[in-house]
Design a protein around this ligand. Structure first.
Ligand code: F6R
Length: 365
């Protein structure tokens, strides 16, 4: 049942290209995104003044990436709220609000309660759910299913990746309907989306290097993930993956925040994972890398292939991914992050598929 692998988590990591493909291909027709299951009209879309993303954990991290993606494509403000906070933050919700509810299980109690509150306040609910017929799916106005298939490991991997895939589809679909993207840009992005599974596959072919890095760093006890913009959103997910399965304390920081406090924690042997996939911000990230290295940190860096040499000259351990439009970076960058967490946990002898104190579906507040 584990497909010959030792753990469900590894099997599910490997299944990601297929899961992404299964999620996007039924919704791509003749170079266009077609979302037959979404009933929101063009007029509803034009009336939207705000989007709220409501989710927990990794699904919330997809929301963090979604903010960058959807605001860029739609130019509509996107608020990302932890479901457990939503009811207590006096959310500014009207009938012109679309609530995007993201949940693998479709049963997370905080997410469900927040969704009901958003509905009560007048929002329209569009959910992104993996489990067909789950409570969140049933109570939504529209559902876009992620076709990840059953996810068994407690730490999510393929569900996260398919949630992102749905965000790309949704962003492109809405942007097209609203006329907020040029025909050329739209075609270029749809084509990049179509080729994303193959790029993910290419990264998964080269696991040895990541396994080797894990063997160097698995004994560290403090790890910081730094990145800017969408790279920061991936850092949040990378950090969560590592801490939940390996029990190593880790945190993610927006790289520019380092000098506002965090840098005082950097000392000899602290591990910093620097996410520098966004080409435009590469130099900025590298100056943060120099700052932490000067204070004794060991640095794993990740960037696109075009920056391979520069990256290798500045960090201790380099990982590269194929070049993509920045909005697709999370889908590729997250793979080395998942594999790194997996191999570190393996070397530390942790119970990877069932980490202590955690449940797959959180149905109590
Ligand atoms: C982390 C993880 C959790 C879930 C969170 C939300 O690997 O799996 O953080 O993402 O509990 O669960 P869903 O998406 O089922 O609402």
């Amino acid at each position: 049942e584990k497909g010959g692998y030792e753990h469900f988590m590894f099997k599910e990591i490997m299944e990601q290209p297929k899961a992404i493909r299964d999620t996007i291909s039924p919704r791509l027709r003749d170079g266009k995104v077609v979302l037959d299951d979404v009933t929101i009209t063009k007029e509803d879309l034009e009336d939207l003044d705000r989007l709220y993303v409501i989710a927990c954990g990794s699904s919330y991290h997809v929301g963090m990436a979604a903010k960058y993606i959807l605001e860029r494509l739609l130019r509509i403000p996107v608020e990302v709220t932890l479901a457990s906070e939503f009811r207590y933050c006096a959310p500014i919700v009207t009938k012109h609000t679309l609530a995007l509810v993201i949940s693998q299980s479709g049963e997370t109690i905080d997410t469900l309660a927040a969704m009901r509150e958003a509905k009560r306040l007048g929002a329209r609910i569009l959910s992104i759910v993996n489990v067909v017929g789950s409570t969140i799916a049933r109570e939504s106005d529209d559902v876009l299913y992620t076709w990840a298939g059953p996810e068994i490991a407690v730490a999510t991997t393929k569900a996260y990746s398919t949630q992102l895939a749905v965000i790309y589809l949704l962003g492109l679909y809405f942007a097209d309907r609203l006329g907020r993207v040029t025909a050329e840009e739209y075609s270029r992005l749809v084509e990049e989306l179509r080729t994303l599974p193959a790029k993910a596959e290419a990264i998964l072919k080269d696991t040895e290097k990541i396994q080797y890095y894990a063997s160097i760093y698995f004994n560290h006890n403090s790890v910081f993930y730094i990145g800017r913009n969408i790279d920061y959103a991936v850092g949040l997910e990378g950090s969560l993956k590592l801490k939940e399965i390996s029990y190593i304390h880790s945190e993610a920081y927006a790289a520019g925040e380092l000098k506002h406090g965090t840098i005082s924690l950097i000392e000899d042997g602290t591990l910093v994972v620097a996410l520098a996939g966004w080409n435009e911000l590469f130099e900025k990230l590298m100056s943060n890398v120099k700052e932490v290295k000067a204070r004794g940190a060991d640095v794993i860096g990740i960037a696109c292939e075009n920056h391979k040499e520069a990256l290798e000259s500045l960090v201790d351990s380099a990982m590269t991914i194929p070049e993509v439009d920045p909005m697709f970076l999370p889908s590729l960058e997250v793979i080395p992050m998942q594999l790194f967490a997996y191999y570190v946990a393996l070397m530390r002898g942790c119970d990877i598929d069932k980490p202590r104190n955690l449940a797959k579906s959180v149905t109590v507040e």
